[in-house]
Design a protein around this ligand. Structure first.
Ligand code: PLP
Length: 388
């Protein structure tokens, strides 16, 4: 990058792709390309089988009770919009009811709920966080009540790397009778996720953050809920029978997969999951943890640095300076071959809570190395000498 070895530390935005994933996309188009669930010919059957095997791979990875709990979506945002829209259609959420999210949320886990509130007259409530970017779980318990209809929480903050105790929080939300959704966009790439153990109703993530292609993601949902909730988009594959008078709907997951899905994307996601599982999620988590702690220690003594988020962060290390704009620092780092993210990280309310317009964020993946950390730290110090 700019004549230097690339140090890619923008993995929370998206990951680089392993050869196995790119080869799987190529294999699909060269060997299997066909529409699925519709044809009787060889390619149609082979593509359908590969797509359903990909669903099985995701189900195993998430320890889902059954593959039918896995709905392929376009990504995390798509999955949250699906759930928010469908819950709105139930008629169970009305004026004065509450949807509870947290200060740490990505816009994708804020805006769909705001839209739901606008449509239903429900009120959006927000769990506060402390100066370390840790959620106030006592305030959360107080916010939970009989009017709480939905609790939607991020598992790991993309902006600060805070790991939220979602298991406990989801348990409390369920006791209060609320639907629960976990935004696992930053959790699935960085730790083992077990939907069987989590207790949530829904969990969403994006393929492109776990080494797969863009435009593919997953909504995992409890089977009974996917069965009983209303359909979302109408069209092919989500129907059982159509007459001009009335349509009956297919079983989940097909009920929520109207139209030709992203077949290649689903295969690429399965390849991404095989890639991480060949290494092991525990190993990946441990490796990234070492790099995060190393990076935090490397930059801790820089004058006037403000590091956000708790010390036991995952994935992302976020920081800023009172006298150096994040954009300028990011631009200089880029010229030195170091790719970091600067700005609000799609978390404008969180930035407002901390009184900043943005931060500098270094986020790690399994392919990052100690050399990456050393080069990032050296480049940061050099950039600051230039702007200060
Ligand atoms: N939620 C979190 C925590 C994220 O980090 C992101 C992406 O950065 C999203 C949601 C949105 O994901 P996508 O743009 O893949 O739908």
């Amino acid at each position: 990058m700019h004549g230097r070895r690339l140090v890619y530390l923008d993995n929370a935005a998206t990951t680089q792709k392993p050869k196995a994933v790119m080869e799987e996309s190529r294999r699909y188009y060269e060997m299997l390309n066909s529409n699925i669930h519709r044809g009787t010919h060889y390619l149609a059957r082979a593509a359908t089988e590969a797509y359903e095997e990909a669903r099985g791979e995701v189900a195993r990875h998430l320890n889902a009770a059954r593959p039918e709990e896995v709905v392929f979506t376009a990504g995390t945002t798509d999955g949250i919009n699906l759930v928010a829209d469908v819950l709105g259609l139930t008629g169970e959420i009305g004026a004065g009811d509450e949807v509870l999210i947290s200060t740490l949320e990505h816009h994708s886990n804020i805006v769909p709920w705001q839209m739901l509130c606008e449509r239903t007259g429900a009120v959006l409530r927000v769990v506060p966080c402390d100066e370390d970017g840790v959620l106030d779980t006592e305030a959360y318990r107080e916010l939970l009540g009989p009017r709480t209809k939905v609790v939607a929480l991020t598992w790991i903050s993309n902006a600060f790397g805070t790991v939220v105790p979602v298991r406990e929080m989801v348990g409390q939300a369920r006791e209060a009778g609320a639907y629960t959704l976990v935004d696992a966009a930053q959790a699935v790439p960085h730790m083992a996720v077990n939907t069987g153990d989590l207790g949530a109703d829904f969990l969403v993530f994006s393929g492109h953050k776990i080494y797969a292609n863009t435009g593919i993601g997953v909504l995992w949902g409890r089977h009974a809920l996917l069965e009983s909730l209303p359909p979302w988009r109408g069209g092919g594959e989500m129907i059982k029978e159509v007459t001009f008078e009335k349509t009956t709907y297919n079983q989940p997951p097909f009920k929520y997969e109207a139209g030709t899905p992203n077949i290649e994307g689903a295969l690429s996601l399965a390849a991404g999951l095989r890639f991480v599982n060949a290494i092991g999620m525990e190993e990946i988590h441990a490796h990234e943890g070492v790099l995060l702690r190393e990076a935090a220690a490397e930059i801790a003594d820089i004058d006037d640095i403000r590091v956000y988020g708790p010390a036991d962060r995952a994935c992302s290390l976020s920081f800023g300076f009172p006298d150096a704009h994040h954009y300028d620092v990011g631009t200089l780092l880029d010229q030195m071959g170091v790719a970091v993210r600067t700005g609000h990280h799609c978390c404008q309310p969180l930035m407002a809570r901390f009184g900043v317009s943005g931060t500098i964020r270094a986020s790690f993946a399994l392919y990052n190395t100690h050399d990456d950390v050393a080069e990032f730290s050296a480049a940061l110090r050099k950039a600051l000498r230039m702007v200060r």
